[in-house]
Write a protein that binds this ligand. Structure first.
Ligand code: DAT
Ligand code: MG
Length: 140
């Protein structure tokens, strides 16, 4: 399996509780390397654009407001089979269904305030990395 990249967000519930280090430690211990990272406050345009795939879902408004509510940390992660590796360590969207040892099991507050985002495919990883980073910000 090749070394690939994925895109991660440490969400507002985590920056609010000052646990970005604890979350990043779990990513690193899962074999992922942070090759780009920045703390930003998402604009409405960014939040709506990033989650456009969910725009017709009933929770869209709540999701956008949440992502703008506190700073987030956007990251590019690199590792063997990075997309799947990251999804595995994240755990299920709903923390009540997340496996033991996953970030969402350990830290998520609810299905909405669920601590991390991770790309769900190689194709989306590329799109999402390009949404927040230029190539010169990624240092592998
Ligand atoms: P994931 O973040 O695991 O890829 P997703 O892509 O289905 O999950 O949804 C994106 C985010 O939207 C999710 O992390 C939290 C929010 N969300 C999803 N389903 C929700 C629901 N039923 N109620 C509230 N928020 C929800
Ligand atoms: Mg998703």
């Amino acid at each position: 399996m090749a070394v690939t990249r994925t895109f991660s967000i440490i969400k507002p519930d985590a920056t609010r509780r000052n646990i970005t280090g604890a979350v990043t430690k779990m990513l690193e211990e899962a074999g992922l390397r942070v090759v780009a990272s920045k703390r930003i406050r998402m604009t409405r345009e960014q939040a709506e654009g990033f989650y456009a795939v969910h725009k017709d879902r009933p929770f869209f408004g709540e999701l956008v407001e949440f992502m703008m509510s506190e700073p987030v940390v956007v990251q590019v992660l690199e590792g063997e089979d990075a997309v799947k590796r990251n999804r595995d360590i994240m755990g299920a969207t709903n923390p009540a269904e997340a496996a033991e040892g996953t970030i969402r099991k350990e830290h998520a507050l609810s299905i909405g305030e669920n601590t991390v985002h991770g790309s769900d495919s190689e194709e989306n990883a590329k799109i999402e990395i390009d949404f927040f980073f230029s190539e010169d910000e990624i240092v592998g």
